[in-house]
Design a protein around this ligand. Structure first.
Ligand code: CMC
Length: 384
Protein backbone atom coordinates (compact mmCIF):
# COMPACT_ATOMS: atom_id res chain seq x y z
CA UNK A 1 0.00 0.00 0.00
CA UNK A 2 1.37 3.45 -0.94
CA UNK A 3 2.32 5.81 1.92
CA UNK A 4 -0.26 8.55 2.38
CA UNK A 5 0.98 11.87 1.01
CA UNK A 6 2.43 13.93 3.89
CA UNK A 7 1.40 17.54 4.33
CA UNK A 8 4.38 19.86 4.59
CA UNK A 9 3.98 23.13 6.43
CA UNK A 10 6.86 25.16 5.04
CA UNK A 11 8.56 27.09 7.81
CA UNK A 12 6.24 25.22 10.23
CA UNK A 13 3.59 27.85 9.51
CA UNK A 14 0.46 27.21 11.55
CA UNK A 15 2.02 24.30 13.48
CA UNK A 16 1.58 24.26 17.27
CA UNK A 17 4.59 22.76 19.05
CA UNK A 18 3.52 22.92 22.70
CA UNK A 19 1.17 24.36 25.30
CA UNK A 20 2.55 27.37 27.11
CA UNK A 21 1.33 29.96 29.60
CA UNK A 22 4.26 32.32 29.08
CA UNK A 23 3.26 34.57 26.21
CA UNK A 24 0.25 35.25 24.03
CA UNK A 25 0.77 36.84 20.62
CA UNK A 26 -2.62 37.91 19.27
CA UNK A 27 -1.59 38.41 15.66
CA UNK A 28 -5.02 39.38 14.36
CA UNK A 29 -5.55 42.17 16.84
CA UNK A 30 -1.93 43.22 17.34
CA UNK A 31 -1.81 42.44 21.06
CA UNK A 32 0.99 40.89 23.14
CA UNK A 33 0.84 39.58 26.69
CA UNK A 34 3.56 38.26 29.00
CA UNK A 35 1.89 35.88 31.49
CA UNK A 36 -1.40 37.69 30.83
CA UNK A 37 -0.09 41.25 31.27
CA UNK A 38 -0.32 43.52 28.21
CA UNK A 39 3.10 44.58 26.95
CA UNK A 40 2.13 48.27 27.07
CA UNK A 41 1.51 48.08 30.82
CA UNK A 42 4.78 46.29 31.46
CA UNK A 43 6.76 48.76 29.30
CA UNK A 44 5.13 51.63 31.19
CA UNK A 45 5.36 50.40 34.76
CA UNK A 46 7.81 47.54 35.14
CA UNK A 47 11.55 46.94 34.96
CA UNK A 48 13.65 44.14 33.47
CA UNK A 49 14.19 42.28 36.74
CA UNK A 50 10.46 42.24 37.49
CA UNK A 51 9.65 41.07 33.95
CA UNK A 52 12.30 38.35 34.27
CA UNK A 53 10.71 37.16 37.52
CA UNK A 54 7.29 37.21 35.86
CA UNK A 55 8.46 35.20 32.86
CA UNK A 56 10.37 32.61 34.89
CA UNK A 57 7.87 32.20 37.73
CA UNK A 58 4.51 32.91 36.13
CA UNK A 59 3.46 35.79 38.38
CA UNK A 60 4.62 39.23 39.44
CA UNK A 61 7.00 39.17 42.42
CA UNK A 62 6.17 40.42 45.90
CA UNK A 63 8.55 42.96 47.47
CA UNK A 64 11.06 40.51 48.97
CA UNK A 65 10.97 38.30 45.85
CA UNK A 66 11.84 41.28 43.66
CA UNK A 67 14.67 42.22 46.00
CA UNK A 68 15.96 38.63 45.86
CA UNK A 69 15.95 38.33 42.07
CA UNK A 70 17.71 41.70 41.80
CA UNK A 71 20.38 40.43 44.19
CA UNK A 72 20.74 37.11 42.35
CA UNK A 73 21.10 38.81 38.97
CA UNK A 74 23.55 41.39 40.34
CA UNK A 75 25.71 38.79 42.09
CA UNK A 76 26.32 36.85 38.83
CA UNK A 77 27.31 39.83 36.64
CA UNK A 78 31.08 39.76 36.96
CA UNK A 79 32.61 37.80 34.07
CA UNK A 80 35.28 35.10 34.54
CA UNK A 81 38.66 36.07 33.04
CA UNK A 82 38.35 33.24 30.47
CA UNK A 83 35.21 34.88 29.05
CA UNK A 84 36.83 38.32 28.95
CA UNK A 85 39.78 36.73 27.10
CA UNK A 86 37.44 35.28 24.44
CA UNK A 87 35.95 38.74 23.90
CA UNK A 88 39.40 40.36 23.69
CA UNK A 89 40.64 37.70 21.27
CA UNK A 90 37.66 38.00 18.92
CA UNK A 91 37.28 41.78 19.02
CA UNK A 92 37.71 43.30 15.56
CA UNK A 93 37.65 39.83 13.94
CA UNK A 94 34.20 38.46 14.62
CA UNK A 95 30.73 39.94 14.41
CA UNK A 96 29.49 40.73 17.96
CA UNK A 97 26.74 38.10 17.61
CA UNK A 98 29.40 35.47 16.86
CA UNK A 99 31.45 36.51 19.88
CA UNK A 100 28.31 36.51 22.02
CA UNK A 101 27.46 32.99 20.83
CA UNK A 102 30.97 31.70 21.59
CA UNK A 103 31.28 33.43 24.96
CA UNK A 104 27.80 32.30 26.08
CA UNK A 105 28.66 28.74 25.15
CA UNK A 106 31.91 29.02 27.13
CA UNK A 107 30.05 30.20 30.25
CA UNK A 108 29.15 26.56 30.93
CA UNK A 109 32.79 25.88 31.86
CA UNK A 110 32.52 28.31 34.77
CA UNK A 111 29.28 26.98 36.22
CA UNK A 112 29.67 23.93 38.48
CA UNK A 113 25.93 23.28 38.08
CA UNK A 114 26.06 22.94 34.27
CA UNK A 115 25.16 19.22 34.19
CA UNK A 116 22.60 19.42 37.02
CA UNK A 117 19.20 19.23 35.31
CA UNK A 118 17.09 19.60 38.49
CA UNK A 119 14.46 22.37 38.26
CA UNK A 120 16.10 24.30 41.11
CA UNK A 121 19.54 24.21 39.45
CA UNK A 122 18.03 25.14 36.08
CA UNK A 123 16.36 28.17 37.68
CA UNK A 124 19.66 29.26 39.29
CA UNK A 125 21.56 28.77 36.03
CA UNK A 126 18.88 30.69 34.13
CA UNK A 127 19.44 33.72 36.34
CA UNK A 128 23.21 33.45 35.95
CA UNK A 129 22.93 33.25 32.15
CA UNK A 130 20.47 36.16 31.93
CA UNK A 131 22.83 38.22 34.09
CA UNK A 132 26.01 37.28 32.26
CA UNK A 133 24.74 37.52 28.68
CA UNK A 134 24.17 41.23 29.37
CA UNK A 135 27.69 41.57 30.81
CA UNK A 136 29.12 39.83 27.74
CA UNK A 137 27.27 42.14 25.34
CA UNK A 138 28.34 45.24 27.27
CA UNK A 139 31.96 44.03 27.31
CA UNK A 140 31.93 43.27 23.56
CA UNK A 141 30.81 46.86 23.00
CA UNK A 142 33.28 48.28 25.50
CA UNK A 143 36.27 46.44 24.01
CA UNK A 144 35.21 47.32 20.43
CA UNK A 145 35.25 50.98 21.47
CA UNK A 146 38.85 50.58 22.69
CA UNK A 147 38.04 50.24 26.38
CA UNK A 148 38.88 47.64 29.04
CA UNK A 149 36.55 45.33 30.96
CA UNK A 150 34.45 47.36 33.38
CA UNK A 151 33.64 45.59 36.64
CA UNK A 152 29.89 45.62 37.33
CA UNK A 153 28.40 48.01 39.85
CA UNK A 154 26.12 46.11 42.24
CA UNK A 155 24.34 49.28 43.31
CA UNK A 156 22.82 49.63 39.82
CA UNK A 157 19.81 47.81 38.38
CA UNK A 158 20.27 45.31 35.56
CA UNK A 159 19.83 47.74 32.64
CA UNK A 160 21.69 50.64 34.28
CA UNK A 161 24.59 48.30 35.01
CA UNK A 162 24.55 47.10 31.40
CA UNK A 163 24.98 50.71 30.26
CA UNK A 164 27.63 51.29 32.91
CA UNK A 165 29.67 48.27 31.77
CA UNK A 166 29.29 49.42 28.15
CA UNK A 167 30.29 53.06 28.65
CA UNK A 168 32.10 53.06 32.01
CA UNK A 169 29.61 55.72 32.94
CA UNK A 170 26.16 55.43 34.47
CA UNK A 171 23.46 56.22 31.90
CA UNK A 172 21.52 59.49 32.00
CA UNK A 173 17.78 59.29 32.53
CA UNK A 174 16.96 59.40 28.83
CA UNK A 175 19.35 56.55 27.95
CA UNK A 176 18.13 54.50 30.88
CA UNK A 177 14.45 54.98 30.01
CA UNK A 178 15.08 53.93 26.41
CA UNK A 179 17.10 50.85 27.30
CA UNK A 180 14.75 49.79 30.09
CA UNK A 181 11.86 49.81 27.61
CA UNK A 182 13.84 48.00 24.94
CA UNK A 183 14.89 45.27 27.39
CA UNK A 184 11.27 44.73 28.44
CA UNK A 185 9.82 44.80 24.92
CA UNK A 186 12.32 42.28 23.59
CA UNK A 187 12.25 39.88 26.56
CA UNK A 188 9.78 37.34 25.17
CA UNK A 189 7.74 36.47 22.09
CA UNK A 190 6.38 32.89 22.30
CA UNK A 191 7.66 30.21 19.90
CA UNK A 192 9.56 32.47 17.48
CA UNK A 193 12.49 30.95 15.56
CA UNK A 194 15.15 31.48 18.25
CA UNK A 195 12.92 30.28 21.09
CA UNK A 196 12.05 27.22 19.04
CA UNK A 197 15.77 26.71 18.34
CA UNK A 198 16.42 26.93 22.07
CA UNK A 199 13.65 24.42 22.74
CA UNK A 200 14.87 21.97 20.08
CA UNK A 201 18.34 21.95 21.69
CA UNK A 202 16.88 21.74 25.22
CA UNK A 203 14.44 18.98 24.28
CA UNK A 204 17.41 16.62 23.83
CA UNK A 205 18.09 17.28 27.55
CA UNK A 206 21.22 19.17 26.64
CA UNK A 207 21.95 21.72 29.39
CA UNK A 208 20.62 25.27 29.38
CA UNK A 209 23.91 26.76 28.15
CA UNK A 210 23.65 24.61 25.03
CA UNK A 211 20.00 25.57 24.58
CA UNK A 212 20.57 29.32 24.89
CA UNK A 213 23.64 29.19 22.67
CA UNK A 214 21.37 27.62 20.04
CA UNK A 215 18.88 30.46 20.56
CA UNK A 216 21.59 33.06 19.96
CA UNK A 217 22.64 31.30 16.75
CA UNK A 218 19.08 31.37 15.45
CA UNK A 219 18.46 34.98 16.48
CA UNK A 220 21.35 36.28 14.40
CA UNK A 221 19.79 36.08 10.93
CA UNK A 222 18.26 39.14 9.26
CA UNK A 223 14.86 37.44 8.89
CA UNK A 224 14.70 37.30 12.70
CA UNK A 225 16.64 39.34 15.30
CA UNK A 226 19.20 40.62 12.83
CA UNK A 227 16.47 42.71 11.17
CA UNK A 228 17.00 45.60 13.62
CA UNK A 229 20.55 46.11 12.36
CA UNK A 230 19.50 45.54 8.73
CA UNK A 231 16.69 48.11 9.05
CA UNK A 232 19.03 50.80 10.37
CA UNK A 233 21.62 50.01 7.69
CA UNK A 234 18.85 50.42 5.13
CA UNK A 235 17.96 53.85 6.59
CA UNK A 236 21.64 54.78 6.42
CA UNK A 237 21.75 53.71 2.80
CA UNK A 238 18.61 55.70 1.99
CA UNK A 239 20.46 58.66 3.46
CA UNK A 240 17.80 61.36 3.33
CA UNK A 241 14.02 61.62 3.59
CA UNK A 242 13.89 62.75 -0.06
CA UNK A 243 15.42 59.43 -1.22
CA UNK A 244 12.99 57.28 0.71
CA UNK A 245 10.22 57.03 -1.84
CA UNK A 246 12.56 56.02 -4.67
CA UNK A 247 14.29 53.42 -2.48
CA UNK A 248 11.06 51.78 -1.30
CA UNK A 249 9.52 51.86 -4.78
CA UNK A 250 12.55 50.17 -6.25
CA UNK A 251 12.77 47.60 -3.41
CA UNK A 252 9.13 46.61 -3.89
CA UNK A 253 9.41 46.56 -7.68
CA UNK A 254 12.46 44.29 -7.34
CA UNK A 255 10.59 41.98 -4.91
CA UNK A 256 13.18 42.84 -2.27
CA UNK A 257 12.12 42.63 1.36
CA UNK A 258 12.06 45.87 3.31
CA UNK A 259 13.71 45.07 6.63
CA UNK A 260 11.64 45.68 9.76
CA UNK A 261 8.33 44.89 8.04
CA UNK A 262 6.21 41.77 7.99
CA UNK A 263 5.69 39.02 10.52
CA UNK A 264 4.59 35.41 10.45
CA UNK A 265 2.03 35.90 13.22
CA UNK A 266 1.10 39.60 13.29
CA UNK A 267 -1.28 40.49 10.53
CA UNK A 268 -1.95 43.79 12.31
CA UNK A 269 0.42 46.49 13.56
CA UNK A 270 2.99 44.89 15.91
CA UNK A 271 2.21 46.38 19.35
CA UNK A 272 5.94 46.51 20.13
CA UNK A 273 6.57 48.63 17.02
CA UNK A 274 3.75 50.97 18.17
CA UNK A 275 5.46 51.48 21.54
CA UNK A 276 8.89 52.01 19.98
CA UNK A 277 7.50 54.41 17.35
CA UNK A 278 5.78 56.50 20.06
CA UNK A 279 9.05 56.51 21.95
CA UNK A 280 10.96 57.66 18.89
CA UNK A 281 8.54 60.53 18.35
CA UNK A 282 8.82 61.55 22.00
CA UNK A 283 12.61 61.79 21.56
CA UNK A 284 12.40 64.43 18.82
CA UNK A 285 12.63 67.62 20.90
CA UNK A 286 16.37 68.25 21.20
CA UNK A 287 17.24 65.27 18.94
CA UNK A 288 20.54 65.21 17.01
CA UNK A 289 20.45 65.83 13.25
CA UNK A 290 21.27 62.12 12.73
CA UNK A 291 18.27 61.02 14.78
CA UNK A 292 15.99 63.54 13.05
CA UNK A 293 17.08 62.19 9.65
CA UNK A 294 16.54 58.56 10.65
CA UNK A 295 13.14 59.46 12.08
CA UNK A 296 12.04 61.29 8.94
CA UNK A 297 13.17 58.38 6.74
CA UNK A 298 11.51 55.81 9.00
CA UNK A 299 8.19 57.66 9.11
CA UNK A 300 8.13 58.14 5.36
CA UNK A 301 9.00 54.50 4.68
CA UNK A 302 6.41 53.36 7.20
CA UNK A 303 3.67 55.46 5.56
CA UNK A 304 4.46 54.06 2.11
CA UNK A 305 4.68 50.45 3.26
CA UNK A 306 1.47 50.67 5.29
CA UNK A 307 -0.41 52.23 2.37
CA UNK A 308 0.86 49.61 -0.07
CA UNK A 309 1.00 46.45 2.00
CA UNK A 310 -0.62 47.09 5.40
CA UNK A 311 -4.31 46.19 5.34
CA UNK A 312 -4.11 44.57 1.88
CA UNK A 313 -1.22 42.14 2.57
CA UNK A 314 -0.94 42.16 6.39
CA UNK A 315 2.60 43.56 6.20
CA UNK A 316 3.13 46.12 8.96
CA UNK A 317 6.19 47.43 10.80
CA UNK A 318 7.55 44.90 13.27
CA UNK A 319 9.57 45.35 16.47
CA UNK A 320 12.79 45.83 14.51
CA UNK A 321 11.82 48.76 12.31
CA UNK A 322 11.90 51.71 14.72
CA UNK A 323 14.36 50.05 17.13
CA UNK A 324 17.52 51.27 15.36
CA UNK A 325 16.84 54.99 15.58
CA UNK A 326 15.83 54.59 19.23
CA UNK A 327 19.01 52.66 20.08
CA UNK A 328 20.96 55.36 18.24
CA UNK A 329 19.42 57.93 20.58
CA UNK A 330 20.81 55.92 23.50
CA UNK A 331 24.28 55.94 21.91
CA UNK A 332 24.27 52.24 20.98
CA UNK A 333 26.36 51.26 17.91
CA UNK A 334 24.49 49.38 15.20
CA UNK A 335 26.29 46.04 15.56
CA UNK A 336 25.19 45.79 19.20
CA UNK A 337 21.45 45.96 18.42
CA UNK A 338 21.00 42.22 17.89
CA UNK A 339 23.27 41.22 20.81
CA UNK A 340 21.13 43.48 23.03
CA UNK A 341 18.03 41.74 21.65
CA UNK A 342 19.68 38.47 22.77
CA UNK A 343 20.53 39.87 26.22
CA UNK A 344 16.90 40.70 26.74
CA UNK A 345 15.46 37.58 25.06
CA UNK A 346 17.61 35.31 27.22
CA UNK A 347 14.84 35.75 29.84
CA UNK A 348 12.22 34.40 27.43
CA UNK A 349 14.45 31.56 26.23
CA UNK A 350 15.10 30.46 29.82
CA UNK A 351 11.41 30.70 30.73
CA UNK A 352 10.50 28.44 27.82
CA UNK A 353 13.13 25.88 28.77
CA UNK A 354 12.01 25.78 32.40
CA UNK A 355 8.41 25.29 31.28
CA UNK A 356 9.14 22.76 28.52
CA UNK A 357 11.34 20.59 30.72
CA UNK A 358 8.40 20.07 33.09
CA UNK A 359 6.89 17.86 30.42
CA UNK A 360 9.75 17.30 28.00
CA UNK A 361 9.52 15.45 24.71
CA UNK A 362 12.25 15.36 22.08
CA UNK A 363 11.49 17.44 18.98
CA UNK A 364 11.82 15.16 15.98
CA UNK A 365 9.81 16.19 12.92
CA UNK A 366 9.85 14.42 9.56
CA UNK A 367 10.94 15.19 6.03
CA UNK A 368 9.30 13.92 2.89
CA UNK A 369 12.15 12.09 1.15
CA UNK A 370 12.38 12.94 -2.56
CA UNK A 371 15.63 11.09 -3.40
CA UNK A 372 16.27 7.58 -4.71
CA UNK A 373 16.69 4.26 -2.87
CA UNK A 374 18.59 0.99 -3.36
CA UNK A 375 21.32 2.45 -5.58
CA UNK A 376 24.21 0.11 -6.28
CA UNK A 377 27.47 1.20 -4.62
CA UNK A 378 30.12 1.87 -7.30
CA UNK A 379 33.82 1.75 -6.26
CA UNK A 380 35.63 5.03 -6.94
CA UNK A 381 37.76 3.66 -9.76
CA UNK A 382 34.66 2.69 -11.71
CA UNK A 383 32.93 6.07 -11.47
CA UNK A 384 34.54 7.89 -14.42
N1 CMC B 1 8.96 43.58 2.55
C1 CMC B 1 8.34 43.31 1.38
N2 CMC B 1 7.61 42.21 1.18
C2 CMC B 1 7.47 41.36 2.21
C3 CMC B 1 8.07 41.59 3.46
C4 CMC B 1 8.83 42.76 3.61
N3 CMC B 1 9.45 43.02 4.75
N4 CMC B 1 7.77 40.58 4.28
C5 CMC B 1 7.02 39.73 3.58
N5 CMC B 1 6.84 40.19 2.33
C6 CMC B 1 6.11 39.53 1.24
C7 CMC B 1 6.99 38.45 0.62
O1 CMC B 1 7.77 38.98 -0.42
C8 CMC B 1 5.96 37.47 0.15
O2 CMC B 1 5.38 37.96 -1.02
P1 CMC B 1 4.90 36.96 -2.19
O3 CMC B 1 3.81 36.15 -1.56
O4 CMC B 1 4.43 37.87 -3.28
O5 CMC B 1 6.09 36.12 -2.57
C9 CMC B 1 4.88 37.54 1.24
O6 CMC B 1 5.00 38.83 1.81
C10 CMC B 1 5.07 36.48 2.33
O7 CMC B 1 6.42 36.57 2.80
P2 CMC B 1 7.16 35.39 3.56
O8 CMC B 1 8.59 35.75 3.68
O9 CMC B 1 6.81 34.08 2.94
O10 CMC B 1 6.39 35.46 4.94
P3 CMC B 1 6.86 34.80 6.28
O11 CMC B 1 5.70 34.66 7.15
O12 CMC B 1 7.68 33.61 6.02
O13 CMC B 1 7.89 35.93 6.76
C11 CMC B 1 9.24 37.47 7.78
C12 CMC B 1 7.94 36.66 7.89
C13 CMC B 1 9.40 38.23 9.07
C14 CMC B 1 10.41 36.50 7.61
C15 CMC B 1 9.15 38.42 6.57
O14 CMC B 1 8.06 39.30 6.72
C16 CMC B 1 10.44 39.19 6.37
O15 CMC B 1 11.38 38.65 5.77
N6 CMC B 1 10.53 40.46 6.86
C17 CMC B 1 11.74 41.23 6.77
C18 CMC B 1 12.71 40.81 7.87
C19 CMC B 1 12.24 41.24 9.23
O16 CMC B 1 11.87 42.38 9.44
N7 CMC B 1 12.30 40.31 10.19
C20 CMC B 1 11.96 40.58 11.61
C21 CMC B 1 10.72 39.85 12.01
S1 CMC B 1 9.99 40.44 13.55
C22 CMC B 1 11.18 40.29 14.77
C23 CMC B 1 11.65 38.94 15.03
O17 CMC B 1 10.89 38.06 15.43
O18 CMC B 1 12.83 38.72 14.88
Amino acid sequence: MADSEPTISKGLEGVYIAESSICKVDGQNGRLYYRGYPIDALAKHSDFEEVTYLLLNGRLPKGKELEDIKKQLASARDLPQGIIDIILEQSGKADPMDTLRTATSALSAYDPETPDMSPAANMRKSLRIISRVSSIVATIGRVAAGGKYVKPDDSLGHVANFMYMLNHKAPDKRQLDIMRDMFIIHAEHSSNASTFGTMVAGSTLADIYSAITAGISVLKGPLHGGADEAALRMMKQIGSPENTEKYIESALAGKQKVMGFGHRVYKAYDPRAKIIKAYLISLQPGASQELKTYTAIALKAEKMMVERLGASHGIWPNVDFFAGPVYTAAGIPVNLFTPIFAASRSAGWAAHMLEYWQNNRLFRPLEKYTGQVDLKYVPIKERE
